[in-house]
Design a protein. Structure first.
Length: 103
């Protein structure tokens, strides 16, 4: 199974939130319409929206937990190995400076 990058995950969550909001708006707009199957369809859509909201919440919680864990690991590494961390940061700064200077 392929892992999504944080940017892809955030875009997916934004798109899903938009779909949920649009579906809720559609439900509000059709609330007054009566019909044989309208109430049943509305109930099914509302249940699906509830599941989608729960799924989004779980994905968001998992993403935040992973980001916090990565931050803690980076913090621990920097505290345990300060000089290599400083060297790495200086090297990255040098590369970025050279790339910017070429423009």
């Amino acid at each position: 199974m392929t892992s999504l990058s944080s940017t892809q995950t955030e875009k997916l969550m934004t798109d899903l939130r938009l779909v949920v909001a649009d579906a809720e708006e559609l439900l509000r707009a059709t609330a007054g319409q009566a019909g044989e199957g309208a109430a049943e369809v509305r109930t099914k859509v509302e249940a699906s929206l509830a599941r989608a909201r729960e799924g989004l919440s779980q994905v968001q919680e998992a993403t935040v937990a992973k980001a916090k864990a990565a931050g803690r690991q980076a913090d621990n590494y920097v505290h345990e190995h300060p000089w290599p961390s400083i060297g790495l940061a200086a090297g990255i700064g040098l590369v970025v400076g050279v790339l910017i200077g070429r423009r």
